[in-house]
Design a protein around this ligand. Structure first.
Ligand SMILES: Nc1ncnc2c1ncn2[C@@H]1O[C@H](COP(=O)(O)OP(=O)(O)OP(=O)(O)O)[C@@H](O)[C@H]1O
Ligand SMILES: [Mg+2]
Length: 192
């Protein structure tokens, strides 16, 4: 399977859920003109003490019991390094964690963005109560989706039902396509 930024985002946000986050904010910023492709994941989970934070990009470190390696963040770190990009992780116990990965937009080795709607829907499966905000900035134009807003319009129907999730995936796909001028996002990359 081809590596995608959307998979990395899913991994990072799954860490947030495992850390007990009730709110997760994901932002993707595509700015070809400035040669920047960035994503960030901000959560209000348990956070990490400094000794855990220091070990994060060590593949032999995990706090999961019954598991010997944690590969999510080391894998992301490697992808970032292949492009000379930057991975920043900030965390505070009891407050939450922020992960920011920045790639040069026009790095040949950069994973393509991939299927963001699929990532968002995957996070919501089994997590109908999660407050998830997704923001996408493309060439300075931004689009935002917030599950709190969607939930209030669903009038009691759970977000975590197949019908709602199928609709959400379709809706997000269309919205992101409109944001990038109808050509599908990342069109500038393919052209360039
Ligand atoms: N958002 C977060 N909040 C709190 N702790 C985190 C967060 N992200 C990572 N961690 C801590 O860092 C460790 C390493 O994370 P990483 O994603 O690299 O591996 P993992 O989640 O343990 O395993 P894998 O991703 O391979 O399933 C986690 O076990 C967890 O203790
Ligand atoms: Mg992980």
């Amino acid at each position: 399977m081809m590596e995608e930024l959307a998979h990395h985002i899913l991994d990072v946000a799954r860490n947030s859920l495992e850390a007990g986050a009730t709110r997760v904010e994901i932002t993707v910023e595509e700015d070809p003109a400035s040669d920047v492709m960035r994503f960030s994941v901000i959560d209000n989970g348990s956070g990490m003490p400094p000794h855990v934070l220091r070990q994060l990009t060590n593949p032999f470190f995990t706090t999961k019991t019954g598991k010997k390696v944690g590969l999510g963040l080391p894998f992301l770190q490697a992808a970032v390094e292949r492009c000379g990009g930057n991975l920043e992780i900030k965390s505070e116990v009891g407050r939450g964690t922020t992960v920011v990965a920045t790639f040069p937009y026009y790095c040949w080795d950069r994973p393509p963005l991939g299927d963001i709607p699929r990532t968002i829907v995957s996070l919501l499966v089994g997590n109908g109560h999660l407050d998830l905000r997704y923001r996408h900035i493309y060439n300075g134009h931004s689009y935002e989706l917030d599950t709190r807003e969607i939930r209030s319009r669903l009038k009691g129907i759970s977000l975590d039902t197949p019908e709602v999730l199928i609709w959400l995936r379709q809706y997000l796909t269309e919205s992101l396509s409109i944001l990038s001028g109808g050509g599908g996002y990342e069109i500038a990359r393919r052209a360039g």
